[in-house]
Design a binder for this molecule. Structure first.
Ligand code: BT5
Length: 253
């Protein structure tokens, strides 16, 4: 904690050598009354998870498996914006500690050479329209040198891309410090403050993409994100679509 900026939102760090999932642990801690600013970190996860119940490969000693508990006073429809804030924080940390620029793929991936080094999972607990708590999970492959088949095809690590090993603690501290000021700025100035920082690293924009949402598949040009962080797609017929959540692929993938 001593290496965090003095005005950090981090109140407490819970570290486990082995956890099923830091998301799951964080939700249990919220239930038990954990305060905003509690950070949960594990050295290994046995049931790390991605979106829509997908698995997140989380071996021991090599990656960052971390969940942040926050209790912002905001409407639930804004929760996806926190994914974009966390993506910018993680990308800036990679730049600072490793000296390389990761691409951000909407909504929650950090890529190097088109392969995923990090993913973000934002889950919230709400009552009526108001957010009660939000848990932001960040998974980052740092020193992994091999991945199991299925993950291997889509994943890479900082070590694989740079040939160097990095101290996970250095990256964790950097992510938390970056998230601190970005989150503060977001809460006071709103998403329009984050938008240009996100856009500067975004690879999805201007491309032909296929977006698979829970109800349909839309093919078109990703025109950008709006002031709410919603992805705007124009399809071949010229119709505009607002996408709140989806999996994105390049149209020619
Ligand atoms: C994500 O989901 O990218 C969100 C991942 C969040 C993981 C963190 S770790 C700390 C916290 N605790 C948890 O239990 N979770 C969070 P999604 O966009 O659904 O991507 C999942 C897909 O990424 C999988 O279906 C695989 O194809 C791929 N994948 C799995 N493990 C990976 C890894 N270690 N690195 C890169 N890609 C991976």
């Amino acid at each position: 904690l001593s290496r965090l900026d003095p005005d950090t939102f981090v109140q407490k760090v819970v570290y486990e050598d082995l956890a099923e999932s830091t998301q799951q642990l964080a939700h249990a801690l919220v239930h038990a009354g954990a305060e905003t600013g509690t950070v949960v970190i594990a050295n290994q996860q046995t049931s790390g998870r991605g979106r829509l119940g997908r698995n997140w490969y989380s071996p021991a000693n090599t990656g960052i498996w971390m969940s942040l508990i926050l209790k912002p006073d905001m409407e639930i429809r804004k929760a996806p914006q926190l994914t974009l804030v966390a993506a910018v924080a993680a990308a800036r940390a990679v730049r600072q500690v490793c000296g390389i620029d990761a691409d951000i793929k909407w909504p929650n991936d950090l890529l190097l050479h088109n392969k995923k080094i990090a993913g973000i999972l934002t889950e919230m607990q709400a009552e009526m329209d108001q957010m009660k708590s939000v848990v932001i999970g960040i998974g980052m492959n740092v020193n992994e040198i091999s991945f199991p088949s299925g993950v291997h095809e889509v994943a890479t690590s900082l070590k694989k891309e740079t040939g160097k090993c990095f101290k996970r603690a250095d990256i964790v501290v950097s992510i938390l410090n970056e998230f601190q000021w970005l989150y503060d700025a977001y809460l006071t100035k709103g998403f329009p403050f984050i938008k240009p920082l996100w856009e500067a690293r975004a690879v999805t924009i201007g491309k032909e993409i296929t977006a698979k949402t829970h109800k349909d598949t839309i093919v078109g040009t990703a025109e950008g994100i709006d002031d709410e962080g919603v992805l705007l797609i124009k399809d071949k017929a010229g119709h505009h679509h607002r996408i709140y959540s989806a999996d994105i692929e390049a149209a020619n993938d």
